[in-house]
Design a binder for this molecule. Structure first.
Ligand SMILES: *Cc1c(COP(=O)(O)O)cnc(C)c1O
Length: 391
């Protein structure tokens, strides 16, 4: 007797649950583990957002079902955010949809747009959810290798003719997880014209849209003229506003994809708690000063860690967005053997690159989302690693 479907039996367990297990074992042995594998902010949700939620909790109307597409106030806030930040005009009724976090949007956009047996292109290395969501929808994920020599921007010229014709949807993600790669608008221009040339939907995962450093500002794919013909953008309050547990995000762009996604979702969920939507609307229509404060903290952490890595001969540049450092493992190591070494010699959890796709082999990811004192300790331990490489 089995109560687990074949599909789930063959689904690899979400990697981070395996790491949690290992971490618990080490902690039980008394090892002072520092976890730089976590992909979520350690900083708190800004107080004004929490205050807004508290005020909304007293309104009993918020306890009823939300409209399927999200409340109008939230969809208008998203539209106003796009106008303010990107100069992009969105119709809150047909071009904006509330999501229960962008991960939900990724999982549902695939069956909403692509038929079982068809194919999509997923960034390699990339966020593992694209691949597993495709698998769950019976859709074939084709790796789209992103190369360091191309700054992890897509190189459309190296895709085979066959894959270009086969793929129905392309995922992009900038600032990127795990690579922290950023792009300028010209990359999105290429992606939009590529999508148009090959009748391919282009879904941009903009989870780190506001997590940027220095003078750099991440563009929206919808800034490309005519982008709405083929492009959908997924956004989230999780990483910018430290609201991972609140589960609130949005899809914007191509009205046909918005409609298909809304239709699918209305049969599965009934959108997010209205009080959360209202608090998220307050965040989106704010001046984002709270996000800038967080970004400054991440940037300081980045600088310290990049310096430590450079001092042991690991060559990395300072990223312009996201809160990750993506670095090559020293010579003589695989991603897995280096992660093992760093954990056993420094007590630091890092994420081996191959978990983000075959092109991630030979790299590792460090997340800057631990409190400053722990990050300083991790920096110290990393700087003392004996990598066998002279800087
Ligand atoms: C964290 C993350 C998400 C998921 O964010 P939620 O909105 O919390 O679901 C999506 N994409 C990438 C690349 C992420 O790193």
């Amino acid at each position: 007797m089995s109560f687990t479907s074949e599909k789930i039996q063959h689904l690899p367990p979400y990697f981070f649950s395996a790491v949690d297990k290992k971490k618990k074992e080490l902690l039980a042995q008394g090892v002072d583990v520092i976890d730089l594998g976590i992909g979520a902010p350690d900083l708190p949700t800004p107080p004004f957002v929490i205050e807004k939620l508290k005020a909304e909790l007293d309104n009993p109307k918020n306890g009823t079902y939300s409209p399927y597409s999200g409340i109008r106030e939230f969809r208008e806030a998203v539209a106003s955010f796009y106008l303010q930040n990107y100069g992009v005009t969105l119709d809150p009724d047909t071009e904006v949809l509330a999501l229960i976090g962008s991960k939900e949007g990724i999982a549902n956009i695939i069956p909403a747009v692509v038929n079982p047996g068809e194919s999509i292109l997923v960034p390699d290395p990339g966020y593992p959810v694209y691949r597993t969501s495709a698998y769950l929808s019976g859709v074939h994920a084709i790796d789209f290798p992103l190369k360091p020599e191309n700054s992890y921007a897509p190189d459309f010229s190296q895709l085979s003719e066959e894959n270009m014709e086969k793929a129905k949807l392309l995922f992009l993600n900038y600032p990127g997880n795990p690579t922290a790669a950023t792009v300028d608008l010209s990359v999105f221009e290429q992606a939009v014209s590529f999508g148009k040339d090959h009748s391919m939907a282009v879904v941009h995962d903009a989870a780190y849209s506001l997590v940027t450093f220095g003078e750099y500002k991440a563009p929206s794919i919808l800034e490309v003229p005519g982008a709405k013909d083929v492009a959908l953008e997924l956004g989230s309050l999780s990483k910018s506003y430290n609201m991972t547990g609140w589960r609130i995000g949005y899809a914007v762009g191509n009205p046909e994809m918005i409609q298909a996604l809304a239709n699918l979702k209305s049969n599965i969920d009934t959108s997010q708690f209205m009080a959360i939507q209202k608090a998220a609307a307050a965040a989106l229509t704010s001046d984002h000063a709270a996000v800038k404060e967080n970004n400054d903290i991440y940037y300081e952490r980045m600088k310290k860690m990049v310096q430590a890595l450079n001092s042991i001969g690991i060559d990395v540049d300072l990223p312009k967005g996201a809160f990750f450092i993506w670095a090559p493992v020293p010579e003589g190591y695989s991603s897995a053997s280096f992660a093992e070494k760093v954990l056993s010699e420094a007590g630091v959890i890092i994420t081996p690159g191959h978990l983000f796709g075959p092109s991630g082999e030979g790299f590792f990811r460090l997340s800057m989302s631990v409190p400053n004192d722990r990050l300083d300790e991790a920096v110290k331990r990393m700087a003392n690693l004996k990598t066998g490489v002279k800087s």
